[in-house]
Design a binder for this molecule. Structure first.
Ligand SMILES: NC(=O)c1ccc[n+]([C@@H]2O[C@H](COP(=O)([O-])OP(=O)(O)OC[C@H]3O[C@@H](n4cnc5c(N)ncnc54)[C@H](OP(=O)(O)O)[C@@H]3O)[C@@H](O)[C@H]2O)c1
Length: 304
């Protein structure tokens, strides 16, 4: 039997939203998924920058739980468009937080490993953020606001997101895949950026489990293990069975400094210290998750 609660999801049209919708819709009686990009029929329009528009949705739907996934996640876009990034990532989060408090909802906010400065090898939930880019600064602002203002709040920090498949994945895996399907025989990948992949399917299911506890607060929630971008590329090519056809060449970040000009930390490796200690760490190892996620691309590649 489904849980008799109403769940409102903002920014649900993206790579994480796909997994969050599938997970929550299978468990809850009433899910309202919203975005400004209505790319699937189950999405309704709601712009988190517009308080009155959001309030109307809260007033009509009366959610018990609200998840704010809405964000501008392209770091270079955010560097070039400060105002819209802050209005979306920070003010949009304020709007949802104020309404969550007013309508007495449990709120979930998604933050990022990118809020750290990269000086340490890895970061626990207790380490001090030092955001470098406009994206990271606006996301960190959102963290602080929701933690101060919302009583029933869960903040989950994700690492390098993997998920959403061919249509929705805007990040590293799909960027690699697009180069491969475009016929590239050599791919250049940085090995001086370290992090922790985060599989959207595990992340979404884990959110749904953790919020059933009363352990409100801030959590690092990434897959087990850690790696460089190069390590991820090597595994992905291996799963695609293209080791002999596609060469992966290590470069440092300078190689991409024109294309990826936003500042990024050297290390954004997270460990799920609090989830572990509370016995609620549901995330699998990144290698297992990448193998599972790669099957979407394997199927697509070999049907061509
Ligand atoms: N991707 C990562 O590597 C990563 C890592 C750590 C944390 N996160 C966080 O995870 C959450 C989900 O991101 P994602 O990876 O699923 O990124 P995504 O695919 O870009 O999804 C974000 C969604 O929010 C939408 N959106 C943008 N402005 C909006 C607005 N004003 N009102 C409502 N919706 C709006 C986007 O629409 P458009 O496509 O039209 O912009 C997009 O559909 C975000 O909070 C992000 O900061 C992401």
């Amino acid at each position: 039997m489904k849980i008799d609660k109403k769940v409102l999801i903002a920014g649900c049209g993206g790579m994480l939203g796909e997994a969050v919708y599938q997970s929550f819709n299978s468990q809850y009686e009433n899910v309202l998924a919203t975005d400004i990009d209505l790319n699937v029929p189950w999405l309704k329009y709601m712009d988190v920058r517009e308080f009155d528009q959001c309030e109307k949705v809260f007033e009509e739907f009366k959610p018990d739980i609200v998840l704010n996934l809405a964000a501008l996640t392209d770091l270079e876009y955010c560097e070039k468009n400060h105002e819209n990034s802050w209005l979306t990532n920070a003010l949009g989060t304020e709007n949802i937080a104020l309404l969550a408090e007013k309508y007495k909802c449990t709120m979930v906010y998604i933050s990022t490993a990118g809020i750290f400065g990269g000086e340490q090898d890895f970061y626990t939930d207790f380490d001090a953020p030092n955001p470098l880019s406009h994206y990271a600064k606006s996301k960190y602002y959102g963290e602080r606001f929701v933690l101060e203002r919302v009583s029933k709040i869960f903040v989950f920090r994700a690492g390098w997101m993997m998920g959403g498949g061919l249509q929705k994945d805007k990040k590293f895996i799909n960027k690699l895949y697009k180069q491969i399907t475009a016929g590239k025989k050599e791919i250049f990948v940085v090995d001086d950026k370290l992090g922790t992949p985060t599989y959207t399917v595990d992340f979404a299911d884990a959110i749904s489990k953790v919020i059933k506890t009363d352990y409100y607060g801030l959590y690092n929630q990434v897959c087990g293990g850690s790696c460089s971008r190069y390590d991820v590329a090597i595994d992905f090519i291996h799963h695609l069975k293209l080791v002999d056809q596609v060469k992966v060449t290590k470069v440092d970040s300078d190689y991409f400094k024109k294309e990826y000009f936003a500042p990024r930390p050297h290390s954004e490796k997270l460990v799920n210290l609090k989830l572990e200690k509370r016995g609620i760490n549901f995330m699998r190892d990144w290698k297992v998750c990448l193998q599972e996620y790669s099957q979407v691309f394997v199927e697509d590649y070999y049907k061509k």
